[in-house]
Design a protein around this ligand. Structure first.
Ligand SMILES: Nc1ncnc2c1ncn2[C@@H]1O[C@H](COP(=O)(O)OP(=O)(O)OP(=O)(O)O)[C@@H](O)[C@H]1O
Ligand SMILES: [Mg+2]
Length: 401
């Protein structure tokens, strides 16, 4: 057991039993511990001793208190906190799964639906926190934990702020920027004030990475990565992965805008954009146009048969969901142009077109009112000998002709 673990175990004797190290980041070490009072496993996070000395217990407690108020299904809540033998610590529920970082190490790129789901759950957590006045400031795959069932839990809310003062001092010594370069917003990198829109930027970096396999801006040093935010255009994830929906790509690009005012104002807006419906998959609806029927009989009084027939055909076809039926008025206008079927097909051809026309309307039977069409045209090409029967309006004398 490390010195810190032993020291901590000693200081927390009777309350927690420190079992083993779970992992460590740049500023703290996380242990698996047993909460004796509640008989449950917890994750016990201890700040590096040198950092704890700079932060001081008051500032730490103040920020931890704010984070501890957050209760949300996708937020890893703070359970307890304190200072022991100069060490600053807090506990949170132990997550038996793994971090998004672990998953990205294994899979590199996630399925699109899965990446969007993870982003949405993390976004819901951020939205809630922002509503409660807490900006995360360090959204990155390491802080997005995934339970065994795959649910998202965002960890370390407000911790970056708790460490803010100390970080600045450490930074001057090391020349490192606050936060994590791959995910940091430009304003955060520039040391300016940040609000929820900074988290929106970082979340977009995480989503981009889940889809593309790398963060939007990469480089050999943290400084180079940061500089690219200011010099390079916002990248499109669809350039790297064409299967990403257009709406998601657009949403990511907006969330990655250099100027916060050009991003989404709230995480909810980002969520809505990520959920924007896609254009329906599969073939587009077929459009169908029914052209007016010519009266081929010698009697001009029979013309109205054609009109009635046309209306009935349009009405019947309109009931077929898979079809878009061009209105009667548009159809008549099309005929008045004098264009042939091929031309009409081309003019309407934003979608595939099927045109039905009747070059010879003949009475099949003078009593049952059924007519036979002798030509049906598809995309302006006549398909001969395709027959369809439809009931016609009764004639003036009550009989169909
Ligand atoms: N509640 C938890 N349950 C289980 N494992 C955890 C929990 N919290 C943290 N860990 C593990 O401990 C590791 C270290 O976490 P920590 O928050 O100290 O560092 P980090 O997030 O990787 O980086 P940083 O120091 O920049 O915050 C995590 O990567 C994770 O694997
Ligand atoms: Mg962390």
């Amino acid at each position: 057991m490390t010195d810190t673990a032993a020291q901590l175990g000693e200081a927390l004797r009777g309350r927690y039993v420190v079992e083993r190290e779970l992992g460590r980041g740049g500023m703290a070490t996380v242990f698996l511990a047993h909460d004796l009072k509640h008989d449950r496993p917890v994750a016990l996070k201890v700040l590096l001793p040198e950092l704890a000395a700079t932060v001081g217990p008051e500032r730490f407690e103040r920020e931890i208190k704010l984070a501890a108020r957050l209760q949300h299904p996708h937020i890893l809540t703070v359970l307890d906190s304190g200072e022991a033998n100069g060490l600053l610590w807090f506990t949170m529920p132990y997550v038996e799964g793994h971090s998004l970082r672990d998953r990205l190490h294994r899979e590199h790129q996630l399925p699109v639906d899965e990446a969007l789901r993870i982003a949405r759950e993390a976004a819901a957590a951020l939205d809630y926190a922002h509503e409660h006045g807490v900006v995360h400031r360090d959204v990155k795959p390491e802080n997005i934990l995934l339970t065994r069932r795959g649910e998202v839990l965002v960890a370390d809310f407000g911790i970056a702020r708790a460490l803010g003062g100390a970080e600045t001092e450490t930074l001057t010594q090391t020349g490192m920027a606050v936060g994590t370069p791959g995910y940091m917003s430009p304003e955060q990198a520039a040391g300016g004030s940040v609000d929820g829109r900074s988290d929106i930027y970082s979340l977009a970096c995480v989503l981009y990475e889940m889809l593309a396999g790398e963060t939007p801006y990469t480089g050999p040093t943290p400084q180079a990565i940061i500089a690219k935010r200011f010099s390079d255009p916002v990248p499109s994830v669809r350039r790297v992965r064409a299967t990403v929906p257009e709406a998601a790509d657009q949403a990511i690009q907006r969330a990655l805008a250099l100027v916060p005012a050009d991003r989404f104002g709230t995480v909810l807006e980002l969520l809505a954009a990520l959920e924007a419906p896609e254009a329906p998959a599969g073939p587009p609806k077929k459009a169908i146009v029914v052209l007016p029927f010519a009266n081929l009989s010698p009697d001009p009084d029979n013309a109205y048969f054609g009109d009635g027939l046309m209306e009935e055909v349009i009405a019947d076809l309109s009931r077929v969901r898979a079809l878009t039926v061009i209105s009667r008025t548009s159809s008549v206008k099309l005929t008045e142009t004098g264009w042939d079927l091929r031309r009409i097909g081309r003019e309407l051809d934003s979608q595939p077109l099927v045109a039905i026309t009747c070059s010879a309307c003949r009475t099949k039977s003078s009593t049952d009112g059924w007519y036979r069409f002798v030509t049906v045209s598809t995309r302006g090409r006549t398909v001969p000998r395709r027959h369809a029967s439809l009931r016609a309006s009764p004639g003036k004398d009550g009989a169909a002709r």
